[in-house]
Design a protein around this ligand. Structure first.
Ligand SMILES: [Zn+2]
Ligand SMILES: [Zn+2]
Length: 85
């Protein structure tokens, strides 16, 4: 059951900008890759640092750039060597 907005006539929460019911969603979480906020219901990957604050990235954004994600997580991609010793 959703009703139309009395101002802009939109159903749901997608009000047109300028409508009194229109609110820019606020998020304290910001994706480092696309720069957009991370909102309710979105998947993200967080890195919780003791110094320098926490870092967040959308799951979808991270999946587009796995190498970036590795750096973000602080792990290295290594090439195995030395097996022939
Ligand atoms: Zn509206
Ligand atoms: Zn993103």
């Amino acid at each position: 059951m959703s009703k139309c907005c009395e101002y802009c006539g939109v159903t749901g929460n997608d009000h047109i900008s300028g409508c009194p019911n229109y609110k820019t969603p606020f998020s304290a979480y910001k994706c480092e890759l696309c720069g957009e906020g991370i909102y309710d219901g979105e998947k993200y990957i967080g890195r919780y640092l003791t110094v320098g604050g926490n870092r967040y990235v959308h799951y979808e954004c991270a999946m587009e750039d796995p190498k970036w994600l590795m750096k973000f997580l602080g792990v290295d991609i290594e090439t195995m060597r030395g097996c022939e010793y």
